[in-house]
Ligand binder design. Structure first.
Ligand code: UD1
Ligand code: UDP
Length: 410
């Protein structure tokens, strides 16, 4: 932007005043914003941001997929009809962290060199998130971090996500914190207050656009679950839970459906071959347990809305389920999302078989205990987070003088 000072003299009651006007001249070219994402949750949470960026003519929007995930990413890109400019297509079966990091870094060098965006927007805490931030930093491109400031403070949990988000925070110049708690974490790391914007979590934007009343499931197996049955929705994928912890979780599940009447488990199984191996060993053929492929986002959120209880080690589901009033047992020892724990809809139960079984059994057999947890709360968003992120970018670039609004949890 160019700033011009225009001065003029004025005389009021024999006193001379010098009037200074400041005129902002808007930049003549649009701001170029490239969003980079690669996994299912990043795509779900970036979709509303991309849609909001595209609605602003002052912004030139570019979308680059790393495709750290393939099928699970494509499901989301198709659902939200996201226009893709670049696809690095890096996924390999059983990929290591070294594979993802090196392929994304190399792939982005060329893309960033060619496009020279003003901003790269990244989301959350995956290896794509950190590596894309690093690639942008090497080209001195500003990084905007969406879902900034989540912390457990323990680099081992979740692994490697806690390191990914801390490292991204170091490289970012704009931090889009979902909540006041996240803002506080960033301030404690000496991030400047004027670079932190509390906008809510864009996952609630996505959720509100997909959950519908009286939804009919295309999947016949799910549609056929009788109305009086209580659905326990399960997902697992965390790297630190691979191996023995996952086996313990699955044994608890099996005991649950065997001992609590009128319950059925629906378990969309993550495509990680190590998750599939453990699921096959423990749950294949178990009565009352539906093992299905990763579900498309719309049926998945609608199934969550129809469920009685959610058991998961996912991050995003901890944010969505409380907004639908669904109790969540988190299959982890730590969480970077303390808000819903405080509100009472989320409980950390770890990965021990007995604790999971006992906690879930009580919830499903004691009405008072269930109702105490099943209160809909919205600590994470109001469905307007993507709009706030775009307002902030326009404000930061001097295109708009309107201060971006803040998300206030109710
Ligand atoms: C990744 C992220 C994690 C995020 C999760 C969301 C890292 C290190 N991990 O974990 O933070 O919570 O995504 O789900 O960034 N696969 C497929 N098809 C797919 C997706 C995965 O076949 O569409 C298989 C592949 O064999 C792949 C493996 O799953 O190698 C693991 O994928 P990866 O992205 O490395 O790890 P996730 O556990 O999915
Ligand atoms: N999800 C989905 N289909 C599924 C399971 C999950 O669309 O079969 C969505 C879910 O609603 C949430 C996101 O995927 O928005 C969470 O992704 P995941 O658990 O893989 O990653 P995390 O949030 O832990 O990073």
């Amino acid at each position: 932007i160019l700033i011009g000072l225009v001065g003029s003299e004025m005389c009021i009651r024999d006193r001379k005043y010098f009037i200074v006007s400041v005129c902002f001249m808007k930049r003549s070219s649009p701001v170029k914003v490239m969003t980079v994402f690669g996994t299912r949750p990043e795509a779900i949470k970036m979709a509303p941001v991309v849609q909001s960026l595209l609605a602003h003519p002052e912004i030139e929007t570019k979308v680059c997929l790393t495709a750290q995930h393939r099928e699970m990413l494509d499901q989301v890109v198709d659902l939200f009809k996201l226009p893709v400019d670049y696809d690095l297509d890096i996924m390999r079966s059983g990929q290591s962290l070294y594979d993802i990091t090196s392929r994304v870094l190399r792939g982005l060098e060329e893309v960033l060199e060619k496009e020279k965006p003003d901003y790269v927007l990244v989301h959350g805490d995956t290896t794509t998130t950190f590596t894309a931030s690093l690639a942008a930093f090497y080209k001195q491109i500003k990084v905007g971090h969406v879902e900034a400031g989540l912390r457990t403070g323990d680099l081992a949990s979740p692994f490697p996500e806690e390191a990914n988000r801390q490292l991204t925070g170091v490289l970012a110049s704009l931090h889009f914190a979902p909540t006041e708690t996240a803002r506080g974490n960033l301030l404690r790391e000496n991030k400047k207050d004027e670079n932190i914007f509390v906008v809510g979590n864009t996952v609630i934007d996505a959720l509100l656009s997909t959950v519908k009343k009286d939804y009919t499931f295309e999947d016949e197996e799910i549609q056929a679950i009788e109305e009086h049955k209580r659905v326990i929705l399960v997902t697992t994928h965390r790297r630190e839970n691979l191996g023995a912890p996952m086996h313990h979780v699955y044994r608890a599940l099996r005991r649950l459906v065997e001992t609590v009447p009128d319950t059925e488990v629906v378990f969309p199984v993550h495509r990680n071959p190590l998750v599939r191996e453990a699921v096959e060993e423990e749950l294949d053929g178990a009565a009352g347990i539906h093992l299905v492929e990763p579900m498309e986002y719309e049926p998945f959120t609608n199934l969550m809305a129809r469920s009685a209880l959610v058991l998961t080690d996912s991050g995003g589901i901890q944010e969505e389920a409380p907004s639908l009033g669904k109790p969540v047992l988190v299959l982890r020892d730590t969480t970077e999302r303390p808000e819903a724990v405080k509100a009472g809809t989320v409980k950390l139960v770890g990965t021990g078989e007995e604790k999971i079984y006992q906690t879930a059994y009580r919830l499903l057999t004691d009405e008072a205990a269930y109702h105490a947890m099943a209160e809909a709360v919205n600590p994470y968003g109001d469905g307007r987070s993507a709009g706030r992120i775009v307002e902030t970018l326009l404000y930061a670039e001097g295109i708009s003088h309107k201060k971006p609004s803040k998300f206030i949890a109710k």
